[in-house]
Design a protein around this ligand. Sequence first.
Ligand code: ZN
Length: 337
Amino acid sequence: MLFPTTIAGSLPKPHWLAEPQRLWPDWRLGGEELRDAQHDAVRIALFEQQRAGIDLVTDGEQSRRHFVHGFAGALAGVDSDRLVRRGIRGDRYEADCPTIVAEVRRSAPVHVQEMRFARDATTRRLKITIPGPMTIVDTLNDAHYGSRKKAAFAFARAIREEIEELAAAGIDAVQIDEPAFNVYFDEVEEWGIAALDACLEGVRCETAVHVCYGYGVPANLAWKATLGGEWDQYAHLFPFLAQSKAGTVSMELAGSCVPPEVLGMLGDKRVAVGVIDVASDAIETAEEVAATIALARRYLADERVMCSTNCGMAPMDRSIAYAKLRALGAGAALTRH
Ligand code: ZN
């Protein structure tokens, strides 16, 4: 089928599960009650995607407090209680960053249990998102390696081990989230792509990498406002991504200043084109979504086009996020027909 749909990854959490509209919310419950509640939230996330006609679904990241810390915080060598406030993403915003205190190791599975639950709960094709090595390193405080590159390859090894087990559990696709790629072009060229490839080397499921301009939170909106009328970040990045091992590149297009010509720089990659703007609460019409898909088709053969959201929807209002899911499904259907 042409123009299959997916989402970047996260969906808002129900208010009974976690504080709403926050990027690093506190859970409302603990222990067994929390696990039960997370499972129910995953059921809702899957249901809403299925009824919207999303083909490659995720668990909505309902079991993680934050898209980076959910993974990194579970590894040996990362101390989640030792928080250091510092600027991240090129000082775009400040965050409380857990500290790398020793050699990083995956001493136990991280997301495998919760993905087994999601696998059981849907017959749709299922994707998991995992933060990439550069983005993890950029969201932590390093008191051990003294080198972002060295630390990144340690995380890449842990990610690779996790993917092996996820693929064995029946996960169809893994997406590495590397928003930091849009900030540190020199590092991308120097070691970022190699670290990404180390995560994906020989994996037995579909692979993707997601690079975006971030959630629709005020700090990102302020940053985007400084980028001028034509955003050239992807033009720096895509020639390198085109050479990576990732099968699909997930990128932002709708409602952005990304020049669509950059789609021509991705070699033979499949592209998960962002056709839903997560920085705006306005619900796209099916026609608007179809128009963004049509724009992408000027640069990509039809079989290379997937339709996606620009980024995760974790901080959004739930009803708006679900309405945007339906717009995504309807716009892709309109294009097919
Ligand atoms: Zn994103």
